[in-house]
Design a binder for this molecule. Structure first.
Ligand code: RIB
Length: 298
């Protein structure tokens, strides 16, 4: 089970607030917490906690946060030999409202310094993986380079197109599994995503562009998936939601692990939904990621 993640690391500065602050408003936060985050690091830690051999390619800042992030990744079974220290560590300023809604301001810092050269220098790690996990919090050329390297070998590529961004048809054609939420799917296709028929049309369009499979995460409504053989809907576990931050990342990390175990796409989605369902019951992106033992006992 070798998984390589090319992506972002952040320190998440979380503020609990009665509601998301409005323009011009000053609001008191009732609690402040610091958590390890970043979509790439969250995916890597999930896969590591679930027992995969994980290599992480990305950047942290040359600062205290950067040191702490590297130490945390290593504690969570993630190999950090390809992590560079440069600039300032990325930060996510997260407001978490009593309603469970959140809003995030991202300071990319070192994440925007991940280069194509850095990715190319780690070709060996990528091509010796079963799965390459990608997201969009680093520069697009770095994402495209990683996908090109992986697509030349038999490496499955999972791209979580978050935060939402346009993606070239060339990149789409290299992706084995694309995992947008409804908003990201609408931005990628320009189509509506309100009904199951809408999802069918949008996923069909992406498959025509060469994507191997599409898994649309629908939050409490579960996930809709389509590949060249089947399509369908997987229900979410009904759980008490405390904080949804990082649930999508955990879903992607767990999906990669499920596929590495040789499970079908549908069974891997069921497994990933279970993991994401666990994550939303706790505060913070990474503190809530379960181990294999915890998942088996949910
Ligand atoms: O997906 C959640 C993540 O998005 C947070 O951990 C935050 O760092 C932002 O990158």
């Amino acid at each position: 089970m070798n998984i390589t993640v090319v992506g972002s690391t952040n320190m998440d500065l979380v503020y609990l607030v009665p509601h998301i602050v409005k323009a011009g408003e000053t609001l008191h936060s009732t609690k402040h917490e610091l958590f390890f985050g970043g979509k790439g690091a969250n995916q890597a830690v999930t896969a590591g906690q679930l027992g995969a051999n994980v290599h992480f390619i990305g950047n942290v800042g040359a600062d205290d946060f950067g040191e702490q992030i590297i130490q945390n990744l290593q504690n969570k079974n993630v190999n950090t030999a390809a992590v560079q220290k440069v600039g300032m560590t990325g930060q996510a300023i997260i407001q978490l409202a009593d309603s469970g809604e959140n809003s995030i301001v991202l300071f990319p810092g070192a994440n925007f310094l991940v280069s194509t050269k850095q990715v190319e220098e780690n070709t060996e790690r990528i091509v010796s993986s079963n799965v390459l996990l990608l997201q969009l919090e680093i520069p697009m050329p770095a994402v495209e380079t990683a996908a090109t390297i992986a697509s030349q070998k038999d490496v499955k590529i999972i791209l979580n197109p978050a935060p939402a961004h346009q993606i070239s048809d060339t990149l789409l054609s290299k992706i084995s599994i694309l995992t947008p939420n409804e908003t990201e799917l609408a931005i990628l296709t320009g189509l509506k995503t309100e009904t199951e028929e809408d999802l069918f049309q949008s996923c069909s369009l992406l498959l025509q562009k060469g994507v191997g499979a599409v898994v649309v995460t629908l939050g409490a409504k579960g996930a809709y998936y389509m590949d060249h053989y089947e399509h369908g809907h997987v229900q979410a576990n009904n759980v008490g939601v405390k904080d949804t931050t990082g649930a999508g990342d955990a879903f992607n990390g767990a999906l990669a692990v499920g596929l590495c175990h040789g499970n079908t796409l549908k069974d891997s989605i069921l497994y990933a939904s279970k993991v994401a369902g666990f994550v939303v019951t706790q505060m913070g992106a990474q503190p809530s990621i379960p181990s294999s033992f915890q998942v088996n006992n949910v």
